[in-house]
Every structure is written in C-alpha cells, then in structure tokens.
Design a protein around this ligand. Structure first.
Ligand SMILES: CC(C)(COP(=O)(O)OP(=O)(O)OC[C@H]1O[C@@H](n2cnc3c(N)ncnc32)[C@H](O)[C@@H]1OP(=O)(O)O)[C@@H](O)C(=O)NCCC(=O)NCCS
Length: 156
C-alpha cells in the first residue's frame, strides 16, 4: 500500500552555510522541494512538477552539523494536484528532541510525457487530524485565489 507520508533525515553540511554561519534559506527550500517531490511522486502514477510553494516561514535558524528531519505529508488531492504539508525539524547531534524550524505547503501536479496535467490517485483522510489538515488545504486554496487576484497585473 502506498504511503501518504515520507521523511528524510540527514546532517546539515559545511557547504550548506550562509553568510551568517547557519544553514542557507535556499538550501532549506531545496530540501523541502526534494522531500515533497519524493512524497508526491511516490503517490502519483506519473512524473510530478512543483506548481506552487507557499507560506514558507523560517522560525529559527538551523546550525551546521545539526541533524535535520524533513517530514512531508499529503493533506489534499485534487484531480491532478497533490497538496503536501512540509515540516522541517533540526536538533543538535547531542540533543534528544527535534525542534520545528520551518513549515510550508507545496503543491505538485502530475504530468504526462507531453507536460499535460493527468489525474492522481485520490487521498481520503481518515482521522480527525487528517480531516482538519484537508480543511486547512482547502482554506489555503481560497486564500491563494485572493492573493493571485491581487498579483494578477504582475503575472505572465
Ligand atoms: C504544472 C503545469 C503543467 C500546470 O498546467 P496548467 O495548464 O497551468 O494547469 P491547470 O490549469 O490544468 O491546473 C492543473 C492543476 O494545478 C492547480 N493549480 C493551478 N494553479 C495553482 C496555484 N496557483 N496553486 C496551486 N495549484 C494550482 C489546479 O487547481 C489544477 O489542480 P486540480 O486538477 O487538482 O484541480 C504548468 O503550470 C507548468 O508546467 N508549470 C511549470 C512547472 C515547473 O517547471 N515547476 C518547477 C520545476 S519542477
């Protein structure tokens, strides 16, 4: 049976450093995209591309040498899209508990060989928490429409 969650764990490396000495924001975004892509691709029956990344908030910085954990969870599927919540945690290698550093929502669309969107398997939430996350995804979709109306004049 396919899983609707996927998690990566690894060490942040000296090459991930920013000018302030902690992990570069762009590096964290790459980890988010990679983990969420693996989660979406695992679920879909086709190749997936990122269509939207939203609401990335860096709560606290991640130090070089920390253990990083990136959790990706499908929270909603449309006809061709897969909406994934991503949480990034880190801990000092000698500490027991992970601390949440970043959260965001990322949306993928499954495409065929011609780049055309194709249907994805439906994700049906079972638990109360999964149903709540699905509502969260729906609410964010509504908010995005408002934001996109506002941004329309600057879009291609
Ligand atoms: C992804 C892509 C094929 C979608 O094609 P499109 O014709 O614009 O999309 P459609 O209007 O058919 O919508 C496809 C899905 O995207 C969703 N979508 C459209 N705009 C969206 C937005 N701003 N945010 C979230 N989802 C969005 C639609 O709701 C639809 O999902 P659904 O079928 O589940 O309802 C096209 O936009 C694309 O190729 N984008 C570039 C992708 C890319 O290069 N990503 C970075 C590297 S991976």
């Amino acid at each position: 049976m396919k899983s609707h969650t996927l998690s990566f764990q690894f060490l942040s490396e000296p090459t991930d450093v920013n000018f302030g000495g902690s992990v570069h924001g762009g590096t964290v975004m790459k980890w988010i995209d990679q983990t969420a892509y693996a989660c979406a691709r695992n679920w879909a029956e086709n190749y997936c591309v990122t269509i939207y990344v939203g609401g990335i908030r860096f709560y606290k910085s991640i130090r070089i040498g920390d253990i990083v954990r990136v959790d990706a969870t499908i929270i909603y599927t449309g006809k061709t899209s897969i909406h994934i919540a991503v949480d990034v945690f880190a801990r000092d290698i000698q500490a027991d508990a992970f601390e949440k550093k970043t959260h965001c929502i990322i949306v993928f669309v499954a495409i065929d060989g011609q780049g055309k969107p194709v249907p994805v398997p439906h994700w049906e939430p079972q638990t109360d928490q999964q149903k709540q996350m699905e509502q969260y995804a729906v609410k964010l979709m509504d908010l995005r429409r408002t934001i996109e109306d506002e941004m329309e004049q600057y879009l291609p």
